[in-house]
Design a protein around this ligand. Structure first.
Ligand code: NCD
Length: 315
């Protein structure tokens, strides 16, 4: 695999293979010495044009655990704020010796431009581009869910017949898109739930059922997992719902809604959470919440993605 830009282009076999390599990486993270020599001599640059906590630190941890040299570069405080272009920034990084560029950018398609432009020869990993995709997030989510459902028998398996609700600001969510493509290729049944104003136009073409009523979706789908999304105000140029109170009342995973879920259903959230808005503390802090497992899985997932792209491994 040369780049990781999207989950939409992954076949089922490729997706399962990445999840299985993630299992191998996760096993190494149980050891006392977590570091592997795999990427010794390689340089990974984290190039983040948008804010990030989990994605940036877990890419950094992942690269370090694989013994790569890591340069973490937030564009605030750099020459990007002086108007330097993506091309010049990336070529500068390659001139310094970057083998892999992990890119987060507000423009949908920026990682694909970088990978396909011929400006650089480094591998490109998409760490979230606009409202388009966030492939490592979807992979870590699928890994977490597969572990919760299949436990030690996860290897080689998909998520066939697993029912997932993805709830909230679907319109602005790259997490929702990457998850939808990956979950459906793995055989899961996805229902997207949110206010009509936050459901994208043309959704009929997506491999999902759509619902505008969370209580009804919980009652009829009987989900195995509920994935709550943050309302992405920074991407909104208008009012998409009347008030926070109304949004929380209709679309939030309140304590009462959490109690209405099937007893075994897990609660997922990519972070950062807005407690009391899209998710209640009763749900976020319960033993069925996978929020912190997702963060842990993020390190192993990014180790797998860095390893497969930097070494050109299969998948
Ligand atoms: C998400 C993102 O940035 O796309 N966060 C993350 O990477 N875990 C989701 C969000 O910001 O709401």
């Amino acid at each position: 695999m040369r780049h990781l830009l999207s989950t939409k282009t992954l076949s089922r076999d490729e997706a399962i293979q990445i999840l299985d390599v993630t299992e191998d990486m996760a096993a190494t993270q149980q050891r006392e010495v977590k570091k592997l020599p795999t990427l010794r001599g390689k340089t990974v640059v984290n190039l983040f044009f948008e804010d990030s906590t989990r994605t940036r630190i877990s890419f950094e941890a992942a690269a370090k655990r694989l013994s790569a040299d890591v340069i973490s570069f937030a564009t605030k405080g750099s020459s990007v704020s002086k108007g330097e272009s993506l091309q010049d920034t990336a070529q500068t990084l390659e001139a310094i010796g970057a083998d892999v560029i992990v890119l987060r950018h507000s423009m949908s398609g920026a990682p694909a431009v970088l990978a396909e432009s011929g400006w650089i020869s480094a591998s490109v990993l998409n760490a979230g581009d606009g409202t388009h995709e966030h492939p490592t997030q979807a992979l870590l989510d699928a890994f977490t869910l597969r572990r919760r459902i299949h436990g030690d028998a996860s290897r080689g398996r998909g998520l066939d017949g697993v029912r997932v609700l993805i709830v909230g600001d679907i319109l602005h969510s790259r997490v929702a898109r990457s998850n939808l493509w990956l979950l459906s290729v793995l055989g899961a049944e996805v229902t997207l739930v949110g206010p009509p104003t936050l459901i994208p136009f043309g959704i009929e073409a997506w491999p999902a059922t759509v619902s505008y009523d969370l209580d009804e979706a919980i009652a009829t789908v009987r989900p195995d997992a509920v994935m709550m999304l943050r309302v992405q105000r920074e991407r909104m140029n208008a009012a998409f719902f009347p008030s926070e109170r109304e949004y929380a009342g209709l679309w939030g995973l309140s304590a009462a809604r959490f109690a209405a879920l099937p007893e075994t259903a897990v609660v997922m959230h990519p972070g950062p959470m807005n407690r009391g808005f899209e998710i209640s503390s009763a749900a976020a802090d319960s033993s069925r919440s996978t929020v912190l497992e997702q963060v842990t899985a993020g390190v192993s997932t990014r180790m797998a993605a860095l390893y497969l792209t930097a070494t050109g491994g299969a998948a």
